[in-house]
Design a protein around this ligand. Structure first.
Ligand SMILES: N[C@@H](CCC[C@H](N)C(=O)O)C(=O)O
Length: 269
């Protein structure tokens, strides 16, 4: 059987989208997702995104990392599927209901209320999540935030100088993080601009991470380093993050469709 797919990206963080809202597709296992995501032998992507019908929302979005693991949230993919839907939408995710509003070149997503309790990140044991007394090879004293998915954020003098390709996997798999973790290294340039690089859980270094931008902005705001409205500059481009008085995070930025195609299901099954 041939299955249609849509290749999309948000600031270079790329997705294979399988749209099963009207026509069902066969069950996607972790192994199949990892095969589709493989850049050498599959279609290639950071995340596989599956759209399905939902009872209490316009549709459901499932997210599987390139390693095949299913996760709760993906900011860039939420903007991408909002553009694909083409109208205001309530989207059911494993992290809850998200409201997304597409515009001309991108979308704004209400990413909900961040959580800071150590159990909610989750961490393996109690500590202050705003100033964690831990470190890995020069990366010290991070903050942790759950914005649907778990993030740890290190503020450093120059995030481009951090060897994230070697430290990222070590931190991602540290026993302090029972569900593993997305690793953010950030440099505050001024009160309205942050530079950010992200090692994503289950996907590695990406050009951009929407939830990472939200988590980093909120951590910087809690530390009093920036205002409640900031630009976050990632290798793939810029996201606007606003943390409202109602504690909800609004993320705004571009998302693009690259191409459409079909693949033979048996090739990956
Ligand atoms: N690229 C994403 C985040 C995808 C999920 C993440 N790797 C996780 O495991 O939580 C984004 O734009 O937010």
């Amino acid at each position: 059987m041939r299955v249609p797919f849509i290749k999309m990206h948000g600031l270079g963080n790329d997705f294979v989208v399988l749209d099963a809202r009207r026509e069902a597709i066969p069950a996607v296992t972790s192994m199949i997702a990892a095969r589709i995501a493989d850049r050498r032998t599959g279609i290639g992507c950071d995340q596989l995104v599956i759209l399905e019908p939902a009872d209490a929302a316009d549709f459901r979005m499932r997210i599987l990392n390139a390693d095949g693991g299913e996760v709760e949230a993906c900011g860039n993919a939420t903007r991408a599927v909002s553009m694909l839907h083409g109208a205001s939408a309530t989207i059911e995710t494993a992290a809850g209901l998200l409201r997304a509003e597409p515009g001309n070149d991108g979308a704004t997503v209400d990413m909900g209320i961040p959580r800071f309790e150590w159990q909610d990140i989750p961490l393996a044991y109690a500590m202050d999540t705003l100033a964690m007394p831990v470190g890995w090879d020069g990366l010290e004293n991070p903050a942790a935030v759950n914005v649907g998915n778990p993030h740890v954020v290190f503020f450093v003098a120059d995030c481009d100088a951090v060897p994230l390709e070697s430290l990222g996997p070590t931190i991602e798999h540290d026993p302090l993080f029972p569900n593993r973790i997305n690793v953010n290294v950030a440099t505050v340039e001024n009160r309205t601009r942050i530079r950010l690089r992200v090692w994503e859980r289950g996907a590695g270094l990406t050009r951009a991470c929407g939830t990472g931008a939200c988590a980093t902005a909120v951590a910087a705001m809690r530390r009093g380093l920036v205002d409640r409205s900031v630009e976050v500059k990632l290798p793939g481009g810029v996201l606007q993050i606003d943390w409202g008085q109602d504690e909800r995070i609004a993320m705004t930025g571009p998302a693009t469709e690259s191409y459409r195609g079909t693949f033979e299901w048996d090739h990956f099954a």
